[in-house]
Design a protein around this ligand. Structure first.
Ligand code: SAH
Length: 213
């Protein structure tokens, strides 16, 4: 799907059934994806496709602005409420962090962790006007202990497994949305809820992601 405008992309995400709740729809309306792309990539801003930001030496993409459909579906799964504290792992340019900030609202808080220093610094600058969002450089496999516990944790890179740190840093009833992928990048995105002694799976869907490093 190649929408030509922000409005058209949002209408598509609503009519396809990816964006269901009023909160997710309002966030998608409020955040313009073009602002999270390089100027030379903005023609693709409203396509329902990932946009590659960085490749490794072998030419494999390791950072993308995710596909809008998967972004919307994962936001629905995370079920962020106003006032929530949310951790995102894999900032890239900060598009999803801005959507999360809209959902959590001024009373909430979002911290997003990116392993690539340059991307983390650029995202911190891009998100500077949103006072309840912090973009930090680091390895999200450890979660982000300084601001834990979180009501929601969303991993936006393909992980080989659920890390104990993510489970430990969730409040009881908090949600973890994480793509578990193989070498191909294809896999399953799981939604878990924190229980007294671990996690329980509440949903799953097929997905593809660049790998967690
Ligand atoms: N959330 C983004 C898309 C993320 S792409 C969006 O809004 O569109 C996945 C990102 O995860 C890449 O930028 C990659 O550099 C980062 N990443 C990979 N491994 C990581 C790790 N261990 N900790 C934090 N970030 C990681």
């Amino acid at each position: 799907m190649k929408a030509e405008s922000h409005d058209e992309l949002v209408r598509f995400l609503v009519s396809s059934g990816a964006a269901v709740t009023e909160g997710v729809r309002a966030a998608l309306k409020a955040v313009d994806r073009a602002a999270y792309l390089r100027p030379d990539q903005r023609a693709e801003a409203y396509y329902d496709a990932p946009v590659i930001l960085k490749r490794d030496r072998g030419g494999r993409p390791f950072s993308t602005v995710s596909q809008p459909t998967i972004v919307a579906l994962m936001l629905e799964q995370l079920a962020v409420r106003p006032g929530d504290r949310v951790l995102e792992i894999g900032t890239a340019s900060g598009y999803n962090a801005a959507l999360l900030a809209h959902l959590a609202g001024d009373d909430g808080f979002v911290v997003t962790v990116e392993i690539d220093d340059d991307l983390a610094a650029a995202a911190a600058e891009r998100l500077a006007d949103l006072h309840h969002v912090r973009a930090v450089a680091g390895d999200g496999r450890r979660g982000y202990p300084p601001d834990a516990p979180y009501d929601g944790i969303v991993v936006t890179a393909g992980a080989p497994r659920v890390e104990a740190a993510w489970v430990d840093q969730l409040v009881p009833g908090g949600r973890l949305v994480v793509p578990i992928t193989g070498d191909s990048g294809r896999g399953t995105c799981f939604t878990y809820e924190r229980t007294a002694d671990g996690i329980t799976q509440v949903a799953s869907m097929a997905c593809g992601f660049v790998p967690l490093r």
